[in-house]
Design a protein around this ligand. Structure first.
Ligand SMILES: [Zn+2]
Length: 358
C-alpha cells in the first residue's frame, strides 16, 4: 500500500514551494484535485488559473507511428473507442514540458528501431521509459472517470473508475510527475520494468493494463515494455525464472502471457513496500523513496490465480489448434493454457504448432 510522509505530521497537507508549485499532494488533495476534478494531472492547476489543451493518452506520435488514429481500443465497459479520441485535460505548460523531456526522446528511441530502448535502459536510462509508461497508465485510469461502466443505462451511470481506489495511485502519480518538480526518485520507489524483443510479424502495437496489479504492457514495433508501478521490483524478482527461459523474440500473445505473470506477482506480493515522499524544511529538496523488506515474499504459485490473470490478459481468446473459442476461454481461466511454455516447461519457439491461423 502507498504511504506518503513528508515533514513529520503533515502527510495530510499539500506542500507547495515558494513559487506555488505543488511538491507533495496530500492524499485527499490527490483524490479530489487530480483524480476527481478537471485539474491538470501534472501540476494540479485549474482552467481558471492557466491555459489548457488536450493531451493524448497514447501520445500522438505513437498513434502516427503505428497508424492507430483509425484503430479502436476496447474499454473496460466493452465499448470500442478510437485511440485518437482518447484525451484528457492537461495545461499547456505541462503538456509542453512532457513533450520536451519525455516524448521527444521516447519517439527518437522508438524510431531507432529494435534494441534501441533496451540499449538505453542498459546504459542506465531506465527512468525515461519507466516515467513515460507510468504517465500512460495514470492517464488511462484518469480517463476512466469519464467513461461509463455500463453501456446499458438501466444498470446505472457509474464511471468505469467507480471501483478504483485512487489512493493506491498516489505513489505512481508522485513518481510520474517527479520530472516536473525535479524530485529525486530512489531506486526502491521504482517498480519492475522489463524491455524485450517482440516478433512484430503478428502485429506491431499492443496495449494492455491490469488495473489492480498496477501493470501496463505496451508493444511498440519490435519492442515490448512491461512495467509494474508499486512493487519495488519484486515482480521482476519473482518472474526471473521465466525470463531466463525466454531465448528468442516472443509473439504478441506470448508477451501478454508474460505480462500476466508480472501482474500476478504484483498482486500476490505479501510484504508490500511502503512509499514516502520527503520534502526538506526549506522546500528545496524532494525525495521519493520506499521502504522494503530485504526479500520479497510470495505465496506458492496457484494455477487458478494465474488463470484469473490470463482471463484478464485475453478478453478475446486467441485461436488454438484443436480447441473451440469457449474451450480456450475456459482453459485460460483455469490457468491450464500457456502460449509461452510447452508441457515440459520449455519455451515455445515454433508457434505454428500451437496457434490456429485466423
Ligand atoms: Zn499543468
Amino acid at each position: 500500500m502507498t504511504h506518503a510522509t513528508s515533514l513529520p505530521g503533515t502527510s495530510d497537507i499539500t506542500i507547495h514551494d515558494d513559487a506555488g508549485e505543488v511538491l507533495l499532494f496530500s492524499w485527499p488533495d490527490f483524490v479530489t484535485r487530480i483524480c476527481g476534478g478537471l485539474a491538470c494531472f501534472i501540476c494540479g492547476r485549474t482552467r481558471a488559473e492557466v491555459a489548457f489543451n488536450d493531451e493524448h493518452i497514447v501520445p500522438n506520435w505513437v498513434l502516427h507511428a503505428f497508424g492507430l488514429h483509425g484503430s479502436k481500443v476496447t474499454l473496460p465497459n466493452g465499448n470500442p473507442t478510437l485511440y485518437g479520441n482518447y484525451k484528457i485535460p492537461c495545461c499547456e505548460a505541462c503538456n509542453g514540458e512532457m513533450s520536451r523531456v519525455l516524448e521527444q526522446d521516447m519517439a527518437r528511441l522508438v524510431k531507432a528501431g529494435s534494441g534501441a530502448i533496451q540499449d538505453h535502459v542498459a546504459a542506465g536510462g531506465g527512468m525515461l521509459p519507466y516515467t513515460w509508461m507510468a504517465l500512460i497508465f495514470l492517464k488511462l485510469h484518469l480517463n476512466d472517470r469519464r467513461m461509463k461502466m455500463h453501456l446499458d443505462r438501466r444498470k446505472g451511470d457509474a464511471p468505469i473508475s467507480a471501483d478504483y481506489i485512487w489512493e493506491h495511485m498516489h505513489h505512481l502519480h508522485a513518481v510520474a510527475r517527479a520530472f516536473h518538480i525535479g524530485a529525486e526518485v530512489r531506486p526502491e520507489a521504482v517498480g519492475s520494468m522489463f524491455v524485450f524483443p517482440v516478433d512484430g510479424r503478428e502485429g506491431d502495437f499492443d496495449l494492455h493494463t491490469f488495473t489492480d496489479a498496477q501493470t501496463l504492457y505496451l508493444q511498440l514495433g519490435q519492442t515490448g515494455i512491461i512495467a509494474v508501478f508499486d512493487d519495488s521490483c519484486a515482480a521482476a524478482n519473482r518472474v526471473a525464472w521465466i525470463l531466463q527461459k525466454i531465448v528468442a523474440p516472443v509473439s504478441p500473445v506470448q508477451a501478454r502471457e508474460l505480462t500476466a505473470h508480472f501482474a500476478l506477482a504484483s498482486m500476490e506480493l505479501m510484504n508490500r513496500p511502503k512509499f514516502w515522499t520527503y520534502v526538506s524544511a526549506d522546500r528545496k529538496q524532494v525525495v521519493i523513496g520506499g521502504t522494503t523488506d530485504p526479500v520479497p515474499m510470495f505465496p506458492k504459485f496457484d494455477r487458478k490465480h494465474f488463470g484469473r490473470m490470463m482471463a484478464n490478459a485475453f478478453p478475446t481468446p486467441p485461436p488454438v489448434v484443436g480447441k473451440t473459442a469457449p474451450e480456450v476461454a475456459a482453459g485460460l481461466a483455469a490457468g491450464e493454457i500457456s502460449f509461452l511454455f510447452d508441457s515440459n516447461c520449455e519455451f515455445i519457439r515454433d508457434r505454428a504448432r500451437f496457434l490456429r491461423p485466423e
